[in-house]
Design a protein. Structure first.
Length: 107
């Protein structure tokens, strides 16, 4: 079983720790927000709030892994932290654009 933890660091880096390790520079897109897609089906939205200097991570779509989240901006923390635990954690993709399929019959 694998595990990864996702969180913001400083005001322009997004971190992945655990079975996948990466530091993603997101200068210029953190305030606008971006999405994080994980191989297990999880889709998260991420935004750095300049006013409160805190990283916020929100669930968009639940995947197959177990997800736990700790809220940031309390007790000296400046980022939400999301931990995923499961068997299908093979890759993570970070990007600003999201395209979704329209509901059947809607166009």
């Amino acid at each position: 079983m694998g595990q990864i933890t996702l969180f913001g660091h400083s005001d322009d880096n997004f971190e992945i720790e655990g079975d996948i390790v990466e530091e993603i520079g997101c200068y210029g897109m953190a305030e606008e927000g971006f999405h994080v897609a994980v191989s297990d089906g999880h889709l998260l939205s991420v935004r750095y709030g300049e006013k409160d200097a805190c990283w916020r991570i929100a669930l968009v779509t639940k995947g197959t892994s177990q997800m736990s989240k700790s809220e940031g901006c309390e007790d000296g923390e400046y980022s939400d932290r999301v931990t995923l635990t499961g068997d299908n954690l093979r890759w993570v993709v970070v990007g600003q654009h999201l395209a979704r399929a329209a509901a059947k019959g809607a166009r």
